[in-house]
Ligand binder design. Structure first.
Ligand SMILES: [Mg+2]
Length: 343
């Protein structure tokens, strides 16, 4: 008897699996301007384009209700989709919300989730226009689809980075991962002794970064006002190094970034050291910060030079130069993308 071949998902990884599943997909409609392969799809609609993105969040995989309040889970579910629209240099306009829940949840609990969803919809100026609600046998599942608007000429793809462009990141990085470690540590303490109160004082910055990230629509609006169109862009959901790999691959370029330019908040740094984590590794490989990574033409540098929340971390190199991190001591080391793996 012939044995059926079995490939473990873990051997492909998330991105390998995506590539394998999508290789037979054919585009049939001329309005499908850009299909799978960026932060969002792009669909032509008159003289504008629509961008479309979807995300699935599962209890126990993407969030843990033992420390994530339902209101925050609802807010974050919207924010991560808005972040993908932002990463296309587009403006989000509508979302649909689908949820599956078990009878473990009360009406009040679902209302708390929706309070977070509605707060995020108000914050980002998007309308909730549909969705589906169904029963689940195990836990809570939230699927959100977001639609946004942009202009064909001013969308930013992963594929547009050019040699000598400047690499920029917004905000600071690594906080969401450090926050997750703190929340997990306190959960273990609590499970060992339910009388122990979680010691979360001094960690509010990093736990906030993990539980309630804010998509950087503010930056998208500011870039428009300044007349800057990023040559490439991606949001940081899997970690800076992993996102740099995506831009490098899609744009066929190398990248050089500098350790001393990487933005890290002081609390993230101190909390990481306390947890025996290397702060730079947290910055490079910590996921879920939902900041923006983008490249700009050198001519646009002056327009952003004084921006308090945009950091210039390196430059785009020739493809044969590869991907490097220049350490504080001046040594160039090959970048590794460990990313944020669910498998
Ligand atoms: Mg993304």
């Amino acid at each position: 008897m012939e044995e059926q071949k079995r490939t473990e998902i873990g051997s492909l990884g998330e991105f390998g699996l995506i590539d394998r599943l999508n290789k037979n997909i054919e585009i049939k409609n001329p309005s499908t301007f850009k299909g799978i392969g960026d932060d969002a799809a792009v669909i032509e609609s008159g003289d504008h384009v629509k961008v479309l993105t979807t995300d699935l969040l599962l209890e126990g995989v993407h969030f843990d209700l033992s420390y994530a309040p339902l209101q925050h889970v609802g807010f974050k579910a919207v924010a991560v989709n808005v972040s993908d629209v932002a990463a296309m240099n587009a403006i989000p306009t509508q979302i649909t919300v689908s949820i599956a829940l078990s009878n473990r949840f009360s009406v009040e609990a679902v209302e708390a989730l929706y309070a977070g969803i509605n707060a995020a919809a108000a914050h980002y100026g998007v309308d909730v226009v549909g969705g589906d609600t169904t029963a689940s046998r195990s836990g809570l599942v939230i699927g959100i689809t977001a639609i946004g608007e942009g202009k064909k000429e001013t969308l930013s793809y992963r594929s547009g980075a050019k040699v000598n462009d400047i690499i920029c990141v917004t905000g600071d990085l690594g906080g969401a991962l450090v926050g997750l470690q703190i929340l997990e540590r306190e959960k273990q303490v609590f499970m060992a002794d339910p009388n122990m109160k979680p010691a979360l004082d001094g960690y509010s910055y990093v736990t906030g970064r993990q539980l309630k990230p804010d998509a950087r629509m503010d930056i998208i609006h500011e870039l428009r006002e300044l007349g800057v169109v990023p040559t490439s862009m991606i949001d940081i959901s899997d970690g800076l190094a992993s996102e740099l790999f995506h831009i490098s691959k899609a744009s066929d370029v190398g990248v050089t970034i500098y350790e001393d330019k990487l933005p890290i908040d002081k609390q993230t740094y101190d909390n990481a050291v306390e947890l025996n984590m290397d702060p730079i590794t947290c910055v490079l490989n910590g996921g879920e910060d939902y900041e923006l990574l983008f490249t700009i033409d050198q001519k646009d540098f002056e327009k952003l030079e004084k921006h308090a929340d945009v950091h210039f971390i390196g430059h785009v190199a020739k493809p044969e130069e590869g991907k490097h991190l220049v350490t504080k001591s001046g040594t160039a080391v090959a970048l590794k993308a460990q990313g944020w793996k669910h498998f």
